[in-house]
Design a protein around this ligand. Structure first.
Ligand SMILES: Nc1ncnc2c1ncn2[C@@H]1O[C@H](COP(=O)(O)OP(=O)(O)OP(=O)(O)O)[C@@H](O)[C@H]1O
Length: 370
């Protein structure tokens, strides 16, 4: 197994469309996936994530559009000839076969000699750290062990891409965390492109080089985890990844084309935008809880970015302190602060009047589309 440097497109989806019973679930879907990447497909339930995976695997056939693997048009190629493998949520191991036989299955189908089968299976057993389980049957394996066997079985033929459909969702929290790390390691070691479907954003962020956000059969954003978090393309993406406070603002007047004074929840201040603004324009100003701080009120200054509110909840979570503040219009704002950085500022009282401040340029600003 060697390290592959991501470069060319391994998989390309061109204008894919798919309907079930007259309902379009994938619409004009375009995507290029580079070789050797770990890609997560993230989106709410029913948005079409598994359908995309099944289309790539050949388990569903697109109504329109084309699929390319390594430059070859595989749109109508049967699943067994595609050189991609899929691992399902329920692992689907053969119950009457031992771990060794389950993993060896793909090689035996290809009529490989028993010495080659044995060598390759032993190798992958070692990589997956399941050598001791090789003679066990699936009903004598834990969820995590079954998962490893399923992945080993899917990787044995060195597919060009490994497709994982919510493969960790059946595991408990600590095992899931462990397997997330292992999957990442495995992907790096093997150089195989992994496409991982999940509706768990933490999982997507912890493992992937790239994240694809889907909504109702369409691609909303496709970028690095950092880019998606810091520069979400729209309100849907911003709300879907991590917690966020959404403030309403109106442009009071335009200072420059992309600079304006706004009234944001009763607070007047100046913002820079990526788009031209006009007087009276409605905006949404988004702030991540970790970019906010609460302070005792000293002086109310017009030019300061300060919102005034009352502490309604304060929860110590060890490393983080979460505070919920009710502002003038009843809206609740969430602030997450690192406890070790709070020093003398820990002793706020419930219902205490405080101010909320935030870092320069930490706002994400959108048009108000509502
Ligand atoms: N074989 C099928 N026949 C009919 N409808 C289907 C079929 N497969 C998927 N669908 C429908 O297509 C839509 C997309 O399903 P899909 O499984 O791709 O979504 P998903 O994003 O993976 O959802 P989840 O996160 O809940 O697994 C859903 O409305 C689903 O009910």
């Amino acid at each position: 197994m060697k390290e592959i440097i991501p470069s060319r497109s391994l998989i390309e989806l061109r204008s894919l469309t798919k309907s079930f019973k007259g309902k379009q679930v994938i619409s004009q879907f375009n995507l290029k996936i580079k070789n050797g990447q770990f890609l997560a497909i993230l989106g709410p339930s029913g948005c079409g994530k598994s359908t995309i995976l099944r289309l790539i695997a050949g388990l569903e056939i697109a109504d329109q559009g084309r699929i390319f693997l390594d430059g070859q048009d595989i749109t109508t190629v049967p699943p067994s000839k595609r050189n991609v493998n899929i691992v399902f949520q329920n692992y689907a191991l053969f119950p009457h076969m031992s771990v060794f036989e389950n993993i060896a299955f793909g090689l035996k189908i290809k009529k490989q000699s028993s010495s080659v089968v044995s060598e390759k299976v032993e190798n992958i057993l070692e990589i997956m750290q399941i050598q001791k389980l090789k003679n066990r049957y699936p009903n004598k394996l834990s969820g995590g062990q079954q998962q490893r066997v399923a992945i080993a079985r899917a990787m044995i033929n060195q597919p060009k891409a490994l497709l994982l459909d919510e493969s960790l969702s059946a595991l408990d929290y600590s095992l899931k965390k462990k397997m997330q790390k292992e999957l990442k390691r495995l992907q790096r070691q093997s150089g195989i492109t992994f496409i991982y479907v999940t509706h768990n954003q933490e999982e997507a962020f912890s493992m992937s080089d790239r994240i694809l956000i889907m909504k109702e059969g369409r691609l909303e954003q496709y970028a690095s985890p950092e880019e998606i978090y810091k520069n979400p393309k729209n309100l849907f993406v911003a709300k879907f990844v991590g917690e966020i406070n959404i403030l309403d603002a109106t442009v009071v007047y335009r200072i420059e084309e992309k600079k304006a004074r706004v009234n944001c929840e009763g607070l007047y201040y100046d913002i820079s935008t990526k788009f031209p603004t006009y007087q009276g324009q409605k905006l949404k100003i988004l702030l991540r809880p970790e970019d906010l701080k609460i302070k005792k009120i000293k002086k109310i200054k017009f030019e300061n970015k300060q919102l005034i509110g009352f502490i309604r909840e304060r929860i110590y979570k060890g490393m983080i302190v979460d505070t919920e503040i009710e502002i003038k219009n009843g809206k609740r704002i969430k602030v997450s602060e690192i406890s070790s950085q709070l020093k003398g500022e820990r002793n706020y009282l419930l219902n205490q009047k405080i101010e909320i401040k935030w870092k320069e340029n930490s706002e994400i600003i959108f048009f108000d589309e509502s």
